[in-house]
Ligand binder design. Structure first.
Ligand SMILES: NC(=O)c1ccc[n+]([C@@H]2O[C@H](COP(=O)([O-])OP(=O)(O)OC[C@H]3O[C@@H](n4cnc5c(N)ncnc54)[C@H](OP(=O)(O)O)[C@@H]3O)[C@@H](O)[C@H]2O)c1
Length: 291
């Protein structure tokens, strides 16, 4: 039986992993949150690992408030960079594999084909920059690190675009949403399943180091925030009228990439991860939200 530590487990992804855990009785899960394991506190991280033999650590803990990070860069750095590094150092001491989550926002280039893992990164803004630095710090501290960049995450847990649209769509007659940011929504439940698939592949390999590196995971397909909102309203039978606007009409403290489609060939071929279309995943999430 292997032991999987999940940090930040009260967030969207951590909550989905908690729900999924019962389907994996061969693993022992240790779910921690910002109170029981503050990843920014190096001594706390060391003490936790001294008490537990960890085989895999899934780092779901992150400073994810993209706009707030612009005026709160120290807090974002502490979690996204220092926290990732402390976990990686502790994992390295125990020969544990670190699965570290990152973001499509590390890409911000003039490109209109899906980003591959080796493409040039160009983070704009504090959140994106700290996420990239966190990837690098984790990889430096622990050679057994898998970085998974994902995009536009939503879930029935936590706060996210889907839940905001459901609320606003029920409250208002009309809404404006940007149509010039292109990417793929990703159901956190699907990321959780992909992570467990990655771990299962590590369980049977004799060369774990060869599996490490950067990977992409999102749902399949491509859309804009406007079209995503349109799909949410359609699936939920909400009559709210939608207007497509440009990002310049909806200024935010942090810049978002205009295009952040992720190429998923690597995770599919190395870990045999199956990826479903974003619309199918959305339907699944909405079913859970309305159940
Ligand atoms: N959300 C997205 O759209 C998106 C897109 C691309 C990539 N990602 C990445 O995917 C990963 C998971 O995202 P998510 O949406 O599940 O995030 P989330 O819902 O915001 O959850 C993050 C969790 O981290 C916890 N946390 C914050 N500081 C901590 C600390 N010092 N020690 C321990 N836990 C701490 C938070 O706990 P508290 O609430 O108690 O602070 C929260 O439960 C993150 O790495 C994120 O950067 C997310």
């Amino acid at each position: 039986m292997s032991t999987i530590l999940v940090t930040g487990s009260n967030g969207q992804l951590g909550s989905e992993l908690q729900e999924l855990a019962s389907q994996f009785p061969d693993h022992q899960f240790l779910f921690t949150n910002s109170e029981s394991l503050d990843i920014c506190d190096e001594e706390t991280v060391k003490a936790f690992f001294a008490q537990h033999q960890i085989d895999y650590c899934i780092n779901c803990a992150a400073y994810t408030a993209v706009d707030k990070a612009e005026s709160n860069n120290e807090a974002a750095y502490a979690v996204n960079v220092n926290g990732a590094q402390y976990l990686a150092q502790a994992c390295a001491k125990q020969n544990a594999v670190l699965l570290h989550l990152s973001t499509d926002y590390v890409y911000h280039n003039n490109q209109n084909t899906p980003f591959k893992e080796e493409d040039t990164v160009n983070p704009q803004g504090v959140y994106a920059a700290t996420k990239l630095l966190g990837e690098q710090a984790a990889q430096m501290a622990n050679p057994l690190t898998v970085v998974i960049r994902t995009s536009w995450v939503y879930s029935s847990y936590g706060n996210n675009f889907v839940k905001t649209m459901l609320r606003l769509g029920a409250e208002r007659d009309a809404l404006s949403v940007v149509y010039d940011q292109i990417g793929t929504p990703t159901y956190a439940k699907d990321i959780a399943q992909a992570l467990l698939k990655v771990i299962n592949t590590f369980q049977v390999t004799e060369s774990p180091a060869k599996l490490c590196g950067v990977y992409h995971f999102s749902n399949e397909g491509v859309t804009s925030w406007y079209d995503f909102a349109h799909a949410i309203f359609e699936e939920a039978n909400l009559a709210c009228a939608l207007t497509a606007i440009e990002s310049v009409a909806y200024p935010t403290p942090a810049k978002r990439p205009p295009f952040s489609l992720l190429h998923k060939g690597k995770i599919k071929s190395v870990f045999d991860v199956k990826v479903r279309h974003w619309r199918e995943a959305l339907r699944d999430c909405l079913k859970r939200l309305t159940a």
